[in-house]
Structure formats: structure tokens, C-alpha cells
Design a protein around this ligand. Sequence first.
Ligand code: SF4
Length: 426
Amino acid sequence: MDFMYYGDILIVDLEAGTTEEVEIDEAWRAGPVLPAALELFRRHAQDNPLLLGSGILTGTTAPASCLGFVLGASQITGGPAVAPLDMFAGAEMKLSGFSMVLIKGNSPDPVYLWLHDGVADLVDASPITGKDTWRTCDAIREEMGEQLIQVVSIGPAGEAKSDLASFSINYWGSGDNAALGALMGAKNLKAVALRGLGMIDAEDPEEFYNRTMDLLRGSPSKKGFDWVSRGPEDEGIDAWLKPLAHRHRSCFACPCACNTFVKYNEDPAVMGSDGVQEPGLMVTNPAAALWLRQGGWGAEGACRAMEAMTRAGIDAVRGAREMSTGPLEDPTEIAAAVEALTGSAGAAWPRGEGAGSGIFGPRTPPQGSEDRWLEVNRAAYVLGICPLFLVTSGVELSELLELCLPAAGVEVDAGGIKEMFDRARA
Ligand code: SF4
């Protein structure tokens, strides 16, 4: 594999229980990025594939280079849909030893896929079937003896193939609003666990490093959700969460930290980690909090509801919309309300309310016009740079595109990215 990728494409046949490595098509000079995955998706459509991969700059010193992708057919739209593989999972995918993974068919028995240092194993998942995403993450990390494993898993909602199902990343919700969690459930695929210590080489390492450091120095370092909000209707989300806020956390290589860890089972001021075992939740999706706040929920009840949805493997944004009309405070009532959602067949994303464009769902909160969001998402997934960072940081897209030459020896521009997607659809 050329610069910026490590390893070949892995094809996993769940029905046969086999894995095979194949080289990427020479025609894809930019590497195994999302448009290449879309073409593979089309070629293997009869096997209902699920693909995981990353962008050119994912896992590097480029700012906000956290983004990988999960691609599969959405049972909501009937077409291909993409969900972000962010936090630290996109970078771990890049370093796993496989440049892209295509998972085809359905397994006769529950399994999880364990990718580590160029080795792919299908592991019996029957002991963790029925577990929520938190316990699934714990069990896989314990079984493999490594706490840094990134676990992309489904909970009971995914196993029930609910339209509300969403995969989780470790203990936190993901941007899967297309029910790719239900696709994992249909495949009998409980999780994909990722760990790698691979090396990524740049075409011109010194030039690449210096340029990325310049960009990082020029990037904002903001915290919380207010700075990525869409406008006045979203204002005050940080103030609403503040009584519970413990810390802010960024995704891989991001100079900003919009993810907000809240504590409601312990005083948020407590800094030590030897107190309550599960003190709260990392709020990774402000749109879910916004739906609940608009419905009159208090911050604590809303955070408990988001935790319950994340554990069940429910898309917190669409779940919050379902629950927003009935503010609850009692933890038992909240748990029951979320459990009632788990098998829900309803609640597709409301069209016309940030519906996103084509394969890209409403990674929230969408910024600007739908055309702009589409353009940003195309570039984000090819580059492997968070789209929220792209639209809010003030860093010019052209400066990030120019990194592709010292990184991978390829010239990429906005027109070229559009052509890649057009070609993938042809
Ligand atoms: S802007 Fe927020 S969501 Fe995007 S990479 Fe940074 S911390 Fe993560």
C-alpha cells in the first residue's frame, strides 16, 4: 500500500467465516477513501456489505484528523449511508493493519470482528449477546486484555434490528443516524474491535509535519458545544449542561474539545477516578441534548436518558426526538421509556429538519446550507478531517487539501473530490 495507508483491503465473509486480503484497485490513486468504498459497496451489493475505512489524513498530525467511516445500506432509506467513525476509532482503524474492511453476508452465529496489527479474527460473540454497549465494550477489552481497544458495537436495539438502532463507539453514542447498527444486527455482528500499532509513512515527512504544526498553531482551541451550534435556537446548551459538566474532551488530534463529560452520579467537581464507578456520560451529540432541552427536560434527566439510549444502542438524536414531548426526571421512568423505544420501528429522521444529503446524514448540528454541508462532508471523508472542524475552525479547506501532496504524493482539490464521488456512483 502507498503512503498514508498500511495493509491491504480485508474482505470478511461472515457466512463462510473466512477472511481474505486483496490489493486496492490501482485506479484509486488517492487510496482506499470513501469513494473507493462506495464503488466496492456497489460491486458487492448482492452481499449487503458493511465497510469500514478512513481518509487520507486520518490518524496523522493534521488537525482534527479523527475521521473514518462506516458505510452500508440503511434500512431507513433503502440506499447506501455513511456514518462517522470518530473519537479515536477512525485513527485506530487506520493503524489496525487493514486499509479498509468489507464485511459481506450474514453470520449464522453471533460474532465480533477483532482487527489488530494486521490480524483479523472472527470471535464467538454468544457470551455477549444481549449485553448493552457498555458491558460489550468491557467484555471485549477484558477478553483481549487491552483497555485501549476501540469497540464499535451494537446493543439490544441493534440486535432487534430497530430503525432507531445506532452503533456506539466504546461507551459513547456515534453519528450513526441511518440505522447501520440494525445492519450489524442483521449480520449477527455484535462488534468490530480495533487496535493497531501500525506506522503511517508520509511521502515528504518533514514538509507534512511542519505544515500540520502550522495549521494546528493557527487553529482555535475552543471547548463545549456553543461554538459549533447552528444559531440562536441552540444557544445556551453549554450553560444548561454546566452544573453537570466535569471536563471537555477532543477527538483524535483535534485542538478543540466539544465533547462534554457530565457527571450526575457523583459531584462533577470530583477529579479522582476512584469514586463512583460509572459517574456519568460523555455527551458527544449536542443535537440529542437540544431535542430534550426544547422538550422541557432538565439537564440531569436528559443526560440519564442519553446514557440509557447509548447503552441500548439507540440513536440518541432520533430517540431524543421521540422522547422530547414527555420530560422525565425519575431514573426508573427514564429507563422504562428508553426500553420502550428499543424495538421501535418508527422514528426515521424527520425530512426537512437537517435531513442531510444523500449518503450523508445530519451529523449534528449541520452548518450552513445543505449544498455546503454536502461539499464539506465529501471533503471531510476523503481527507479524514472532522466536518464540524472544517466548517467552524476557520482553517481553509484548501490548506488541508494541500497536505495530501506531502502526505501521500497525490494532488486533491474540491473538483477532484466531486469527480471521485461521481465516478463511484457511475
Ligand atoms: S470539532 Fe468536536 S467532534 Fe469534531 S473532531 Fe473536534 S472535538 Fe471531535
